[in-house]
Design a protein around this ligand. Structure first.
Ligand code: ADP
Ligand code: AMP
Length: 214
């Protein structure tokens, strides 16, 4: 199964991805996670991406597409994957389609997680992530049992540098301008699924699996 999770920053893509990949046994490919890992390791790619990420701007298409294509050729992606945070521009979407077409392949579903803009800032600013396993929490909406500590692995939780109000506002605007046209693009291909991302986390998950099947 080859899936894309579409939706604005803070919509709940990463949160839902955790359940989806466990259920369907496919890898979670998040371009944001790839950039953050590179930044942590101090690679040239991480350093190039940093300036864009700090401002909430998009990393240039040429850089992103090559990284994703490389990742899709790894053995664990052979039978499917969940793309999260990619594609984010029409050029990226077209590049992905071209890559898939060359293999005689195509995406199965694009899941658009819909959340009102007013809710997004609150969600992103309250987001906390486990340093060790990457699990996502929210200080109010999905708090860990012990403040600052991951329920799953005991790792400590941190706040992303770009999860501050000003940067989040910019990321939402960038989403509106650059990414939201993909909704129409995939609707025309008849692979778009619209999901109400404002329900409880578990209800959103049920809605997603009822579309994807058992
Ligand atoms: P994205 O990957 O789309 O940027 P995340 O999955 O990281 O979004 O979620 C953003 C924040 O919102 C996190 O703190 C997460 O715990 C919280 N969250 C996710 N889904 C919901 C939901 N359905 N209701 C309330 N809060 C949610
Ligand atoms: P995310 O973790 O998806 O919220 O992404 C964090 C940041 O990484 C974004 O604000 C961008 O700067 C960068 N980024 C992630 N994915 C992409 C992409 N597909 N295209 C361009 N920039 C991206």
């Amino acid at each position: 199964m080859k899936l894309v999770l579409l939706g604005p920053p803070g919509a709940g893509k990463g949160t839902q991805a955790a359940g989806i990949i466990e259920r369907y046994h496919i890898p979670h490919i998040s371009t944001g996670d790839i950039f953050r890992k590179n930044l942590k390791e101090g690679t040239a790619l991480g350093l190039r991406a940093k300036g864009y990420m700090d401002q909430g701007a998009l990393v240039p298409d040429a850089l992103v597409v090559d990284i994703v294509v490389d990742r899709l050729t790894e053995p664990d992606a052979e039978n499917g994957y969940l793309l999260d945070g990619f594609p984010r521009t029409l050029n990226q979407a077209i590049a992905l389609d071209e890559y898939l077409a060359k293999q005689g392949d195509h995406l199965d579903h694009v899941i658009n997680v819909k959340v009102d803009p007013e809710v997004l800032v609150e969600r992103a600013v309250g987001r906390r992530i486990c340093k060790n396993c990457g699990a996502t929490y929210h200080v109010d909406f999905n708090p860990p049992k012990v403040e600052g500590v991951c329920d799953k692995c005991g790792g400590s939780l941190y706040q992303r540098e770009d999860d501050n109000e000003a940067t989040v506002a910019n990321r939402i605007q960038v989403y509106m301008d650059e990414t939201s046209p993909l909704i129409d693009y995939y609707a025309k291909k008849e692979i778009l699924v619209e999901i109400d991302g404002q329900k409880e986390i578990s209800e959103v998950f049920q809605d997603i699996i009822s579309v994807l099947g058992e």
